[in-house]
Design a protein around this ligand. Structure first.
Ligand SMILES: Cc1ncc(COP(=O)(O)O)c(C=O)c1O
Length: 344
């Protein structure tokens, strides 16, 4: 029986059609700006978000780190959510590479909004570290794939404008947000000074993210990318995978969302309180194991023994993530296994 790997939507393998697109890609040296496939991808992604430019980078982490350096000068402040990827999983990169001082606010399901941010903004010039930018994560990874509502982001933009503060979006899964909420990518794009969007999560490309911003910042982003070691040469093979993913795997994210919801419903029936299906908006099913006999590591080990892989994200927190490589049968099998383990 093949393993059902629900640890993350990053575990997908390139499809045969994607591999064919990669093999057929026209390439050039992208550090010279001469890779036509990269250039076309950058133009396409910038246009989808209504921005002037985009820069292809190897990873979402590098995309975020470049953006943070674009919006916060050294020794000044970034405000973000306490559970955000940029301060949880990026190994202090903002401090290390950008000399950025990060301060966090808490918000339910990671959905940092004006109420959380407004009291924390600090102006320059009266003895405190000046807040230069606010970062939000769309969808929110540790928040269980929660979607920032467009109206809340619009309020945040207005607040940022009133205070002369910039806005960054870690849009690793912004595609899921757009599909789940029916919001055009352009509407999200209009709200942010910089976005980092990933092709290697739900869209299923093997590698690659893009920094999306205006032309002047994009030029600076190319320098920052080179400094960080992210200048790639014949990267068109990777950009071709990303372009294929955008064309063929964007709308199908709705299938991942439906499967995640079905999984959540099955688990909620088996173990009430572990997950609220109404809060499963996209492809992540967060499990709260507080009242359960098993903790996260025990559940993961027992599930693995039965061919189902899930992620432990805290002592009593776990998650399951649906993606391109798991269909109804696999998700159904995972639901049966995990439900039984939660009941035992
Ligand atoms: C919300 C979020 N941002 C950024 C990243 C970083 O992406 P990468 O693993 O490509 O560096 C991830 C990775 O899972 C993520 O979930």
């Amino acid at each position: 029986m093949p393993l059902v790997d629900l640890r993350s939507d990053t575990v997908t393998r390139p499809t045969p059609a994607m591999l064919r697109a990669m093999a057929a890609a026209e390439t050039g040296d992208d550090v010279y700006g001469e890779d036509p496939t990269v250039n076309a991808l950058e133009e396409q992604v910038a246009a989808r978000f209504g921005h002037e430019a985009a820069v292809f980078v190897p990873t979402g982490t590098m995309g975020n780190q470049i953006c943070l350096q674009l919006v916060v000068p050294p020794a000044e402040e970034l405000l973000c959510g306490a559970e955000d990827h940029v301060v949880t999983y990026e190994h202090g990169g903002a401090a290390r590479y950008g000399g950025i001082s990060s301060r966090t606010v808490t918000a339910p399901r990671g959905l940092v909004d004006v109420d959380a941010v407004a009291p924390q903004l600090r102006p320059a010039g009266w003895g405190t570290v000046a807040t230069r930018a606010v970062s939000v994560e769309q969808t929110h990874n540790r928040g269980g794939g929660a979607v920032h509502p467009l109206a809340a982001l619009t309020e945040l933009r207005a607040l940022a404008d009133r205070h002369g503060v910039l806005l960054h979006c870690d849009g690793a899964r912004i595609w899921n947000a757009a599909v789940a909420s029916g919001t055009p990518l352009e509407a999200y794009g209009a709200l942010f000074d910089t976005l980092s969007v990933c092709m290697s999560k739900g869209l299923g490309a093997p590698v690659g993210s893009l920094v999306v911003t205006d032309a002047a910042r994009a030029a600076e982003a190319r320098v920052l990318r080179k400094r960080l070691g992210g200048g790639m040469r014949q990267a068109g093979v990777l950009a071709a995978a990303a372009a294929h993913a955008l064309e063929h795997h964007l709308d199908r994210l709705a299938d991942d969302h439906a499967r995640a919801r079905a999984l959540a419903e099955a688990l909620a029936d088996a173990a009430p309180g572990v997950v609220d299906p109404a809060l499963v908006e996209t492809n992540i099913v967060p499990l709260d194991l507080t009242g359960c006999a098993v903790d996260g590591p025990q559940l993961a080990a027992a599930a693995r023994a039965e061919g189902v892989l899930l992620s432990v994200v805290g002592p009593r927190r776990a998650r399951l993530v649906t993606h391109l490589d798991v269909g109804d049968e696999a998700v159904g099998r995972a639901a049966d296994v995990v439900a039984r383990l939660l009941m035992s």
